[in-house]
Design a binder for this molecule. Structure first.
Ligand code: EPU
Length: 420
């Protein structure tokens, strides 16, 4: 099993290019099920989760051509089945994103129930309720969601009691080919939802309200082939900016979308970083003492849960007390025990972590990655810890960060991937 060995204590400087966004690529790949003909995609990140989604589509009979630059052509015209199998779904919950497209296009879908997850129970009830609202019959049987709509789906009003990113994406994709109008209330406003909408509109879908809480979709008869460039990964960008805020140094991240990162950039500024923005580049310089920052996660445009773990790492080496509140997932603190093993002074009370930060407090220790963003927080901790940090189970990190050690080493880090 691969491990990362990180020698701490190097400051980071230089240029990076952000990869394509994982959480945008996944729904967009699923949307290929909606059209007749080819969907051509560029800026697809080379990540395990993306490969899994490609495998899910391939196992149904999609025809996929991928070149070495990760440009992808996908044709689902000759689909042989509408089943997302457990063996694939269990490794990636986002596989549930095929439910809406399959149901609206083919009138049936079988998708394995995703099961447990390291960051909380993460049910799919909201996805199922949407499909029912749109007229589908949905049962769960033998570990599978079995849904059908023999006469097609019908537009409806869907109110999300809890804001759900993939739930909103599934509802939008189901509605684009449904008969009549669908109104989605309390929709997720994440930029990745907007990227999916842009792709669907270029296929010919009729969608209004992009980036707002209310999305109106008028169903169309069919969607046509198109090409789309996946947006940059804002969480990858934010993770590397946080790394530089912790190690000190100066970095420019190109191909990023600064306006999708306002909440994180304002916290990095509060922590002492100097940030300059260009149209699609972010420049961060850190040459001051790090200040602790209080965080509370919330749906976009507020502070993302996907950056919570990285900011706990940052706070462990910032002199002073801080609190980090997680409001989205109930169990997303698996990194805390590992950071404590590295010398972090952190206590947990319900959904709040209280951090007693101290400059140079982290030292090396063997630690274990437990989920994607938790792993990222351990890499950041390793970059500033005294000595050599060994991170086990890094397959989690390969799900969401493209060539992380190459990218950080290019900035001056010393990270080695070993197979032991
Ligand atoms: N929820 C329900 N029922 C549902 C769906 C969600 O109760 O049917 C709850 C969840 O348990 C959670 C809240 O609603 O408490 C919000 O979850 P959401 O549905 O928004 O999460 P998601 O769509 O499964 C996406 C990202 C996550 C990111 C969250 C929140 C993708 C593929 N995944 O998950 O990304 O943390 O939104 O922003 O888009 C990651 O990249 O590391 C990651 C976990």
């Amino acid at each position: 099993m691969d491990k990362l060995i990180i020698e701490g204590g190097h400051s980071l400087s230089g240029y990076l290019k952000a990869s394509g966004a994982k959480n945008s690529a996944l729904p967009i790949l699923a949307s290929s099920l909606l059209l007749e003909g080819k969907l051509t995609l560029s800026n697809i990140p080379h990540l395990k989760d993306v490969t899994t989604m490609i495998e899910v589509l391939g196992s149904m009979g999609a025809h996929i051509i991928l070149d070495e630059d990760m440009n992808l052509e996908i044709d689902t015209s000759n689909l042989q089945n509408q089943i997302a199998r457990y063996e694939l779904v269990k490794t990636m919950r986002a596989s549930v994103l095929v439910l809406g497209p399959l149901l609206t296009k083919f009138g049936k879908a079988e998708v394995a129930l995703p099961g447990g997850c390291a960051i909380g129970s993460r049910p799919v009830n909201l996805h199922l309720e949407c499909m029912k609202k749109l007229g589908a019959e949905v049962i769960t049987e033998g570990g599978y969601i079995k849904a059908k709509a023999e006469k097609g789906l019908k537009g409806a009003e869907i109110l999300f009691e809890t804001i759900s990113v993939t739930g909103t994406e599934n509802a939008i994709m189901a509605a684009v080919l449904a008969e009549g109008e669908t109104l989605i209330k309390n929709a997720a406003r994440e930029p990745e939802v907007s990227d999916l909408i842009d792709c669907l509109v270029s296929m010919g879908a009729d969608i209004n309200g992009k980036g707002t809480k209310e999305i109106i979709i008028k169903g169309v008869k069919e969607l046509k082939p198109t090409s789309h460039q996946v947006m940059p990964d804002r969480i990858e960008t934010a993770t590397y900016l946080t790394a530089v805020a912790m190690t000190g140094g100066e970095v420019t991240i190109k191909n990023s979308m600064p306006k999708t990162l306002e909440s994180v950039l304002s916290k990095l500024t509060e922590a002492g970083a100097e940030i300059k923005l260009e149209k699609d580049a972010i420049h961060l310089k850190m040459d001051k003492d790090l200040k602790p920052v209080d965080i509370s996660t919330a749906p976009y445009p507020l502070f993302p849960t996907d950056m919570q773990a990285q900011f706990i790492s940052l706070n462990t080496i910032a002199n002073g007390k801080s609190s980090v509140v997680e409001t989205i997932f109930e169990n997303r603190f698996m990194h805390v025990q590992e950071l404590i093993r590295m010398g972090g002074e952190i206590s947990l009370s319900g959904n709040t972590a209280i951090i007693n930060g101290k400059t140079n407090s982290l030292h090396s220790a063997p630690v274990m990655a437990t989920d994607l963003r938790a792993s990222a927080s351990l890499v950041l901790a390793g970059l500033v810890a005294k000595g050599e940090t060994k991170i086990d189970r890094i397959y989690h990190i390969d799900r969401g960060y493209e060539r992380i050690e190459e990218k950080l080493n290019a900035l001056g880090a010393n990270i080695e991937r070993v197979n032991a």
